[in-house]
Design a protein around this ligand. Structure first.
Ligand SMILES: Cc1ncc(COP(=O)(O)O)c(C=O)c1O
Length: 322
């Protein structure tokens, strides 16, 4: 057993105190139980194993990735145990806790301006591409466009949810960035039970919601928001909208307020996207008249955001209600 073997098989817990709907069961899958504290350990493990098997990543090689932090922590963790060099690019909105975690695990980080447009060479994705071209024999995880990303969820997260609910799941709720989590899990669950309904929350300021509704990319929908790790300014190839039944937009206030409530009422200290997912699960629950079993995801650990939305002063300074 090494640290890599502890990826996956995370607990699924029932929300008790914040669910007022007696005919609805809401479960949260606690992905912060993964070794680097997020759901991303699953995809990085799968993608690195595949690269090794195909000879794309050799002993002592370099892994490069653009990441909002969690994929970086997963890369840094697996690179540490396997002896790879890790270079990670990210926008400067990523919390200091996340940046310092990567450095602690021995990774090199390159921070770029959050305001850089998707077509700018300074954008963190383009920066990762450039670095991986410059370093001979380096391997890029390419989480946005790599179909092994949803496959990791199809092979692990989906089957775990199916087993843990004894096949009773009726609704699945997950927001997305690469779309790996929502697409891979939805594919597995719908193969098992086609009527499973997939709901994808999306932050106001992301292009996914408009794209889902109109099938057109509306660059005017792009805006800034504080929630880290979901929503997008481009359409990722790992995102398969044919597996999504409905989308719902949320605000930073919705996500942060619910994350704080989860911590205080359920003892679950998750990140902002976990708050958004539970907020959407509660909205969905309010609309359901028949007994249902909703499963949602808490993608990462709230400790990463103690200086942000778990901090009252930060909330007030940034115009949020407590
Ligand atoms: C905190 C957090 N939540 C949710 C997600 C969304 O996961 P996915 O990329 O599988 O759509 C991410 C991805 O970066 C994340 O960092």
């Amino acid at each position: 057993m090494n640290i890599e073997n502890t990826v996956g098989n995370t607990p699924l817990v029932k929300l008790i105190n914040i669910n007022p709907y007696k005919h609805i069961e809401i479960y949260a899958k606690l992905e912060f139980f993964n070794p680097s504290g997020s759901i991303k350990d699953r995809i990085v493990k799968h993608i690195i194993e595949d690269a090794e098997n195909r000879g794309l990543l050799k002993k002592g090689g370099t892994i490069v990735e653009n990441t909002s932090g969690n994929t970086g922590a997963a890369v840094a963790t697996i690179a540490a145990i396997k002896g790879y060099r890790a270079i990670l690019t990210m926008p400067d909105k990523v919390s200091t806790e996340k940046q310092n975690t990567l450095k602690a695990l021995g990774a090199e980080i390159v921070v770029t301006p959050t305001s850089a447009a998707p077509n700018s060479p300074e954008h963190y994705v383009n920066t990762a591409k450039r670095i991986s071209e410059e370093i001979k024999g380096s391997f890029r995880i390419n989480q946005y466009d790599n179909l092994l990303n949803p496959e990791a969820h199809y092979l692990t997260t989906g089957p775990e949810i199916w087993e843990q609910t004894g096949g009773k799941i009726t609704h699945y709720v997950a927001s997305g960035s690469t779309g790996g989590t929502i697409s891979g899990v939805s594919r597995f669950l719908k193969e098992k039970k086609p009527e499973v309904f997939s709901l994808m929350p999306d932050p106001a300021g992301s292009i996914y919601y408009d794209y889902f509704k109109t099938k057109k990319i509306n660059n005017d929908a792009i805006g800034t928001y504080f929630v880290e790790g979901v929503g997008e300014d481009h359409i990722a190839k790992a995102m398969d909208f044919s597996l999504v039944d409905e989308m719902i937009q949320f605000t930073d206030q919705d996500a942060f307020e619910t994350a704080r409530l989860l911590a205080r009422k359920e003892g679950i200290l998750g990140g902002g996207t976990g708050g958004a997912n539970v907020w959407a699960a509660l909205k969905l629950a309010a609309s359901l008249t028949v007994p249902s079993v909703i499963v949602t995801i808490i993608p990462d650990n709230g400790v990463k955001y103690l200086s942000k939305f778990y901090n009252d002063e930060w909330m007030v300074k940034n115009g949020f209600k407590l």
